[in-house]
Design a protein around this ligand. Structure first.
Ligand SMILES: Nc1ncnc2c1ncn2[C@@H]1O[C@H](COP(=O)(O)OP(=O)(O)OP(=O)(O)O)[C@@H](O)[C@H]1O
Length: 422
């Protein structure tokens, strides 16, 4: 309309009018074209982004995480590290017991557990307690260890705990593994009942051997080279037992060996072995002090029983030094770089060449170059024959647990037990 009126109002000789008409062509047509172009560009961009998003959401081969083999799918579905914790109020423990009738045979009536004597420490599931269990004869209560599940616990924690009890049951009896006596899982709090290995862990025993303590409850706080081999041999028997079941321990260290007055050694700390059993692989939920780990573990590669053999070499070092932290000059976080330079620990002054030779065979970088637990045990049995049974191992310096924890790369709370009570 505006254009028509303009044309009508101007004569042919009117130059201004022609210019005005050209201005309309110059402004409107390009603006229109640019707008169309922008709209088209916007639509194309939108379609492109939408397609990208759909591809990201669609599971493709590169997105599938490898699923480790598992023997217990119901447990796997709940996920040990998953975040599906339901308050116990919403579900009942009886439901889980219904799903695990095998535990019925293991039940210890709660009234048989008469009194809690002491709390030993806080374990991975909760408090570890020493209690008396009635045996029927009131004059002869039996001391047992209760591993309690801390409260409040989530659904997956309860399943994990019950699974752990079943794992003990699956393992069966071995004189060098801590024995399951039963469980209390019909109501809260949940307990795993274990035999009491009264003298506690080997690390505390070794530290006590540094003191001027002669004897306590029948245990002699003297250690000879022969006894080191004797304890080592029992640990290897436990490892052979695990290997026969296609398992490995994953945390062989003095802190995970319990000791009786006759120097019977029992491997405990089976948390990682349980993880291998349920998941077929070690996941990152367990934190193991780095200085005990074989290179393949530090490099997060698949590991097996020969990684335990590496740790066994460190255990020999612990015993012969009466509980010194390994690699005292290396910060825990630098241990991998240290080993990558093919450096191993030097022979401690208290260690014979024969024993050091055995340690070195455990610390072969290549897994295949290390002996099997059985081969190692046979070597120990030969060494025992000529080992010194007279000279008592002596280290004059007492251990400061906080210092030890820092050098060894261990949480100090996981260490205190007998030693602090002496
Ligand atoms: N049967 C037992 N007899 C005596 N002391 C024990 C017994 N079991 C555990 N302890 C004490 O409790 C400490 C922790 O034990 P353990 O490593 O088995 O517990 P945890 O934290 O539940 O580990 P994991 O889950 O790996 O088994 C031991 O070092 C030891 O001092």
């Amino acid at each position: 309309m505006g254009m028509t009126r303009t044309l009508l109002e101007c004569s042919l000789s009117d130059k201004l009018c022609v210019i005005q008409e050209k201005q309309y062509e110059v402004i409107i047509v390009p603006t229109f074209l640019v707008t169309i172009f922008l709209i088209l560009l916007g639509v194309i961009l939108w379609l492109f982004i939408r397609e990208q998003r759909t591809q990201q959401q669609r599971p493709g081969p590169r997105d599938i995480a490898p699923v480790p083999p598992s023997r217990d799918l119901s447990w796997e579905a709940a996920g040990r590290g998953g975040n599906v914790a339901l308050p116990l109020k919403e579900t009942s423990v009886e439901n889980f017991l219904g799903a695990t009738p095998a535990l019925a045979k293991l039940q210890v009536p709660r009234e048989q557990l008469s009194e809690v004597l002491e709390q030993i420490c806080n374990g991975s599931y909760g408090p570890i307690l020493r209690a008396n269990m009635n045996t029927g004869d009131a004059s002869k209560p039996k001391s047992v260890i209760l591993k309690a599940l801390k409260e409040p616990a989530g659904l997956h924690e309860v399943q994990d705990f019950l699974g752990r009890i079943q794992f003990h049951q699956y393992l069966g009896k071995h004189k060098n593994l801590v024995q399951l006596e039963g469980c209390c899982t019909e109501q809260l709090p949940l307990y795993m009942v274990l035999e009491d290995v009264a003298h506690g862990d080997l690390l505390n025993f070794l530290w006590t051997c540094r003191r001027d303590v002669m004897t306590m409850d029948g245990l002699l706080y003297d250690l000879t080279e022969k006894q080191v081999y004797h304890i080592g041999k029992q640990v290897l028997l436990a490892l052979e037992f695990l290997q026969d079941k296609h398992l490995f321990h994953g945390d062989v260290a003095a802190r995970n060996i319990l000791i009786q007055s006759d120097l019977t050694a029992k491997l405990c700390g089976l948390g990682l072995a349980y993880e291998v059993y349920t998941r077929g692989a070690i996941s990152s939920t367990q934190t193991i002090p780095l200085k005990w780990l074989a290179p393949e573990r530090l490099l997060l590669k698949p590991a097996g029983i020969r990684a335990d053999v590496w740790s066994f070499g460190i255990l020999l070092y612990e015993m012969v030094t009466l509980g010194a932290p390994p690699y005292p000059e290396v910060p825990p976080a630098s241990i991998l770089q240290h080993l990558q330079k093919r450096k191993i620990m030097k022979r401690p002054s208290s260690c014979t060449r024969t024993m050091y030779g055995i340690m070195k065979s455990c610390w072969c970088w290549r897994e295949a170059g290390r002996p099997s637990p059985r081969e190692l045990r046979l070597r120990l049995e030969v060494a025992i024959k000529t080992a010194d049974d007279k000279a008592v191992l002596q280290v004059p310096e007492l251990v400061v647990p906080e210092l030890y924890a820092a050098v060894a790369g261990i949480r100090v709370e996981s260490l205190f037990y007998n030693y602090s009570m002496l």
